[in-house]
Design a protein. Structure first.
Length: 187
């Protein structure tokens, strides 16, 4: 548990970084809906694989700018010139496989009916009201739900959607609420 300058108890992973504090207090664990919003979350979580989330969070404004605010229809139209542009942009994570995955995933989202990505992802959320973690050591890296979501997305052709990445998405998008018992954000 961590107490900030405002004396609020928070989940220990937050640390003292002001952007992490804001993210924890205002975004993490709050229900997020909408195909575009969840496509953005899936894309950023994919970029985070192997890196720290604060790195992605600090680069998020630039990611939004260069990926057309994560509009799946716009990103689905990206071609080789866009990939070259993205690979030369120091403001984002320049990983060819991850960039290609975001573009490919956008094409898959575009093929879905409006609201289908949202409904699909949320169908793997566990029932609300389960036991709250006492401390961060009680928070799993994966769950049966994140494994099943990953498997279904992969079956549909999505990439960079492994079980750990999908559990991080489920946490950040509020599909699960892993704020620890003593955290002021705990429901």
């Amino acid at each position: 548990m961590l107490r900030g300058l405002d004396e609020r108890a928070r989940c220990a992973w937050v640390g003292a970084d002001p952007e992490y504090l804001r993210y924890h207090d205002e975004e993490w664990g709050r229900p997020l809906h909408g195909d575009r919003a969840l496509f953005e979350k899936m894309s950023l979580e994919g970029f985070q694989a192997g890196l720290s989330w604060i790195t992605i969070l600090r680069k998020r404004p630039r990611f939004r700018e260069v990926f057309s605010d994560f509009d799946p229809d716009a990103v689905a139209e990206f071609g080789p010139a866009d990939v070259a542009r993205l690979m030369s942009d120091a403001g984002i994570v320049r990983n060819r496989a991850k960039i290609d995955a975001v573009i490919g995933n956008a094409r898959l989202v575009r093929e879905l009916a409006p609201g289908e990505l949202d409904a699909l992802m949320w169908s793997f959320a566990p029932p609300a009201g389960g036991p709250r973690p006492r401390d961060f050591a009680d928070v799993p890296a994966t769950t049966p739900g994140s494994v099943a979501l990953s498997k279904e997305l992969r079956r549909r052709g999505f990439r960079f959607v492994g079980p750990t990445t999908m559990y991080a998405l489920m946490q950040s998008a509020g599909m699960v609420d892993d704020h620890v018992v003593a955290c002021w954000r705990a429901a």
